[in-house]
Design a protein around this ligand. Sequence first.
Ligand SMILES: [Zn+2]
Length: 210
Amino acid sequence: MSHTPFIGKRVELVSMDPHFHDISIGLYEQQHQGKPAYLVHTYSHKEGADKRISSVVETMKIFGGLESGDDGLLRFPCGDEHALAIKRVFLDSCKVAPRSDVTTHPLRIHDKKSGCDVTADSVGNGEYRLKIEGNPDDGPRRIAAIARGLARLGEMETYDDQIDRVTFACGQSHDALIGLLLIRAPNVRAAMREAEMMAARGVLAAPSAQ
Ligand SMILES: [Zn+2]
């Protein structure tokens, strides 16, 4: 048997890629100098699988504001793990078909429940402030709900006395990430369910994927 290089601990799996022959694609976490770095990998030897992996990596760089070095691994510029957020970046990037035009998500969503737009403004030191336009009656309630959603999806800090405020513990801004998480923040339960379903499928798929 050929020597398999250490690829790291698998943290997420797409067991059937809808855009490339149902191959399974894994996200693996490695540690380098005490800092996390992420590898996107498939065990598939199908022709073109490497190109598909590159397209997922390129999409992740845009969706997550991630950097990649000469080693091909992905890292957040702050050097933190952002363990939940990286999974979301990976899952959403695998949903994008190769050769699609990929751009970062705006820091603005339309909130269906209030019928108003909600924006997130970076105010420095990893902090974001949410604003709802049009001043609807349920504005404060929606802002608080969306802030909690963001906090849960991105493992951010919230504040009881300032409901419009969320902060990354790393103290750095992650605009691309906030744009991505903001889409799901109004309906965080559905997003968490999807993540759990993917995790359960990952467990089932694990033996054949090794
Ligand atoms: Zn960070």
